[in-house]
Design a protein around this ligand. Structure first.
Ligand code: CO8
Length: 258
């Protein structure tokens, strides 16, 4: 499928999706979110893809939902047409790991999109924020919930209430991003992490994503029980046998996703 607001490249098991609305700092409009949801759905279904990387430009991962598209909407437009949420729900169903590689602005819906990914690698130029308060609204695709769980109530509340941005170092200290790298190396670092993931058993990587995400959805006791069942189930796979045998035989594993 030909996309207009994103670029898609697939190589060595990794789908690299680059948000591409440079004139609007990659602001998320319906077309972009629809294309992004389709691209991740296709990647999820493709035998050629084992990990997905989403990135933007040097200046902006995404500067938020498209204010110009939203400005004239009514409550009925937002509620009845489920504006944006249908696309984000499709995005969130992806079972393969997704890395957000963030340089520059990740604001509003851009910050929320990065947080919907499985982990964030940030360039030292990254700036995260939820400035919707300046527009007379609040975050609408998960920001109040995800940011609060990732960085804690005090910092999240301050960011949502004042609209202040967090730089990459603060984001790393606060647990929002997994690590910070020099801006020039961002794409290489994210792709190298993705290629590392792509070498593993896809069954195990999907199980990791599913199980870690439980930590945000359930109690500790239920999450641990879920992990135990998932761990036990992986002993029904050939990849478990291969992984353990290859370790004992001191060779690289040849996972076959079976
Ligand atoms: N929407 C639309 N256009 C945008 C956006 C945006 N979010 N951000 C930037 N642009 C456009 C600008 O309008 C400008 O276009 P033009 O040249 O035609 O005027 C172009 O991108 C370049 O931007 P600037 O000239 O402003 O660039 P600066 O370097 O001066 O400033 C900033 C960069 C600080 C990022 C600035 O552009 C800015 O403040 N942008 C808006 C940030 C913002 O408020 N984001 C939150 C948006 S609301 C939101 O995300 C809600 C999420 C929940 C949605 C749920 C929906 C269902």
């Amino acid at each position: 499928m030909a996309y207009e607001t994103i670029n898609l490249e697939i190589s060595d098991g990794v789908a690299l999706i680059t948000l591409n609305r440079p004139d609007a700092l990659n602001a998320l409009n319906s077309q972009l979110l629809g294309e992004l949801a389709t691209a991740v759905e296709d990647a999820d279904a493709s035998e050629k893809v084992r990990c997905i990387v989403i990135t933007g430009s040097d200046k902006a991962f995404a500067a938020g939902a498209d204010i110009k598209e939203m400005a004239d909407k009514s409550f009925v437009d937002m509620y009845r047409n489920n504006f944006f949420w249908a696309e984000t729900d499709r995005f969130l169903k992806t079972r393969k790991p997704i890395i957000a590689a963030v340089a520059g602005y990740a604001l509003g819906g851009g910050c929320e999109l990065a947080m919907m990914c499985d982990f964030i690698i940030a360039a030292d130029s990254a700036k995260f924020g939820q400035p919707e308060i300046n527009l007379g609204v609040i975050a609408g695709i998960g920001g109040t919930q995800r940011l609060t769980r990732f960085v804690g109530k005090s910092k999240s509340m301050e960011m949502h209430l004042t609209g202040r941005f967090m730089d990459a170092q603060e984001a790393e200290r606060s647990g929002l991003v997994s690590r910070v790298v020099p801006a020039k190396k961002l794409k290489d670092e994210a792709m190298s992490a993705a290629h590392k993931i792509a070498e593993k058993s896809l069954l195990a990587t999907m199980a990791v994503k599913d199980t870690v995400n439980r930590a945000y959805e359930t109690t500790m006791a239920e999450g641990i029980n879920y992990e135990r069942r998932m761990f036990q189930s992986l002993f029904a796979t050939e990849d478990q046998t291969e992984g353990m045998e290859s370790y004992i035989e001191k060779r690289e594993p040849q996972f076959r996703d079976k």
